[in-house]
Write a protein that binds this ligand. Structure first.
Ligand SMILES: [Zn+2]
Length: 154
């Protein structure tokens, strides 16, 4: 285990900010209210990346200033943007479904998520990339161009 504070502990100790991920096109809710944890918050350590395991606990949206993937060639990886959010795949609602674009669905045991967004909203908007393969940590990365965060209703 790495030294430091896990995102969950930081969220519990700090002032929690709860937000809901919504489709940018139709405003459908793509997650329940999640606790936002930034990798820039004091004492927060980036989660360990273990293949085949969820990267973050349910209920957490980890705002990372390091991309989940970096390319070593001239062409940037599709997920090489920051900030980006790392979500637990089980936090996606029924509004999110798998794309029908078979070119986006490569993988070994699950989805590799290396070919572009592979999850769509029920309205058809491409909302992000799911990685659930045996060689990847399991996570969902929302596409910032097609999704919005809204404050939880109080
Ligand atoms: Zn939508």
């Amino acid at each position: 285990m790495r030294e430091g504070v896990t995102p969950l502990h930081a969220a519990i100790r700090g002032k929690a900010v709860n937000k809901i991920l919504c489709c940018g096109a139709c405003e459908a809710r793509l997650t329940p209210a999640l606790t936002l944890v930034s990798s820039k918050a004091p004492g927060v350590a980036s989660p360990d990346q273990e293949p085949g395991k969820p990267l973050v606990a349910r209920g957490i949206a980890f705002k990372s200033w390091e991309p989940i993937e970096r390319s070593f060639g001239n062409v940037p990886s599709l997920l090489e943007f920051v900030p980006q959010y790392w979500l637990n795949p089980d936090d996606l609602t029924d509004a999110v479904r798998i794309t029908r674009n078979k070119d986006r669905l490569s993988g070994c045991c699950g989805l590799g998520g290396i070919d572009g967004p592979n999850q769509i909203c029920r309205c058809g908007a491409e909302v992000g990339t799911l990685r659930t393969d045996c060689w990847t940590p399991h996570l969902f990365v929302p596409d910032p161009a097609n999704t919005n965060w809204i404050e939880e209703d109080t």
